[in-house]
Design a protein around this ligand. Structure first.
Ligand code: ADP
Length: 478
């Protein structure tokens, strides 16, 4: 059953339920008709016995049994031929017996052995099917057994005809219901078939197509809308992957073309050792930038694919800042920038050491790039309630308010007069934002053009040297 298509399963369920209901209804109607016929007949027989009781109650007080016999004979024998009646007194003497009763001679108990509601019995006589009721009555201080009968032929014909009609009608109704059920399930599932057909048309080249939403506000409309929302997300993801690939190839093409041109120009004629050294230094710088770009691209691709795993552990602010300072002090000094590092003692927060070093390095690299010589760069960690705020500030060129919302977008580089855009790839802040988010933090910036920028984010504070804390936060985040 499970392997069958939904349409067939629905039809079969509908058919099974309707067939069961139709059979039960037919059986119940036949049974109810039979019960009401039986009840009518019983009351008819009972009434006849009560007529006899009335007759016996009205007899003369000193009438002998012979008188009674004559009285009954004079009343009942006129139409005796069609009657089923016999009356017996409590001593077992017959008062009246119709010819049919004499011919059949059914058993009749004494009145004190009959139950109050009487006893029913049935028998065949010739072509007749007869039901008799042996009924106890009392009249004039004596008790009698009265047995009256009725031919069941008419009722049987009625019941048989009704039963035959039901036997013909019920299967016909079931067949009609099966056809109707099949048609209904087809009609009900037609919108699903249309949805499936439309969905089959969608591929990676036409992801902008949307599925039709049925006018009725039903489950199918809901399904269409949900699928359309999913398509919207897939479309956006595809567009961003395409843009990412396009931008990445564009970013790589420029330095590769530069390298090629420089190499070709160098090979064009013979040069002295000094010239070769200068060219190789320039090529070396270019390859370093390309390596950085490829590393950033790889990190973002790994982050998108969920392959970049972070393990959050308690980190001492001092250790992290020492590590970062060791790398950046010389670079910033050679860029003629004042570098100031401030970290409160005993600050411990949850984070991934390697990832946080990378985040701070991205921010410090930007500070170095966008701060003119003579300016200053400040790296600080301060305690605030249950968090630690990490900040990288500079006194550089700043960012215009219109560019601020876009600086975290991949490959975005704000056009800044006097600063060579070829120095950056526009990927640093996107990566920094992603690292902050993996730490449940939001990387924010405050900046005003000409006065500098300040990037900051908050990390969850943890109790120093607590092994439990290490266990709780030592989880891997993708
Ligand atoms: P890039 O490699 O170009 O620096 P980022 O993603 O790191 O790429 O930065 C995006 C843009 O944000 C930069 O091109 C620059 O215009 C702006 N920006 C980032 N940091 C600073 C800063 N400290 N001062 C001024 N502008 C900044």
């Amino acid at each position: 059953m499970r392997a069958l298509p939904v349409r067939i399963r629905l039809s079969l369920w509908y058919f099974a339920m309707f067939a069961t209901a139709a059979c039960m209804l037919s059986a119940a109607s036949w049974w109810m008709l039979r019960r009401s016929v039986d009840s009518t007949e019983y009351h008819d027989l009972q009434e006849r016995a009560e007529d006899v009781q009335l007759l016996l109650a009205n007899r003369k007080p000193n009438a002998s049994i012979e008188d009674l016999r004559q009285q009954f004979a004079s009343i009942y024998s006129i139409k005796d031929d069609g009657k089923w009646l016999q009356v017996m007194d409590q001593d077992g003497s017959w008062i009246y017996r119709s010819k049919r009763m004499i011919a059949e001679n059914p058993a009749l108990d004494a009145p004190d052995r009959l139950p109050i509601q009487g006893v029913l019995a049935e028998f065949h006589q010739g072509t007749r099917y007869v039901r008799v009721l042996a009924y106890p009555i009392a009249a004039g201080g004596r008790r009698y057994s009265v047995q009256t009968g009725i031919a069941l032929n008419k009722s049987m014909v009625l019941l048989t005809t009704f039963g035959t009609d039901l036997l013909l009608l019920t299967p016909a109704m079931i067949v009609l219901a099966a056809i109707g059920g099949h048609w209904m399930s087809r009609k009900a599932l037609q919108p699903v078939a249309i949805l499936a057909m439309e969905a089959r048309r969608i591929n990676d080249r036409n992801l902008d197509i949307r599925l039709p939403v049925p006018a009725a506000e039903d489950e199918l409309a809901d399904l269409s809308r949900t699928l359309n929302q999913m398509l919207e997300r897939i479309d956006k993801a595809f567009a961003s992957v395409r843009a990412f690939t396009g931008n990445a190839s564009h970013e790589l093409r420029t330095p590769i073309a530069l390298l090629r041109t420089e190499i070709e120009l160098t090979l064009y004629r013979n040069r002295n050792e000094e010239e070769y050294r200068a060219i190789l230094r320039s090529l070396h710088e270019e390859t370093i930038r390309m390596t950085d770009l490829v590393e950033n691209l790889l990190s973002l691709a790994r982050a998108d694919g969920g392959a970049e795993v972070m393990t959050l552990v308690p980190i001492h602010g001092k250790d992290l800042f020492d590590q970062v300072e060791q790398t950046w002090r010389k670079i910033l000094q050679s860029a003629m920038l004042d570098f100031c590092v401030e970290v409160q003692d005993g600050l411990v927060f949850a984070g991934d050491f390697g990832a946080l070093t990378r985040l701070l390095s991205i921010l410090l690299e930007n500070a170095a790039k966008y701060t003119p010589p003579g300016g200053s760069v400040r790296l600080s960690a301060t305690s605030a309630a249950d968090t630690v705020v990490l900040t990288v500030g500079d006194t550089g060129i700043g960012i215009s308010p219109t560019d601020i919302p876009r600086i975290f977008d991949r490959f975005f580089r704000a056009p800044q007069p006097g600063v060579s855009t070829s120095r950056g790839s526009g990927l640093g802040l996107a990566l920094a934002k992603w690292i902050a988010e993996r730490h449940d933090a939001q990387l924010t910036v405050e900046s005003s053009p000409g006065r500098g920028s300040c990037f900051s984010f908050c990390l969850k504070k943890v109790a120093p040297a607590s092994p439990e804390a290490a266990l709780v936060i030592g989880s891997r985040v993708r």
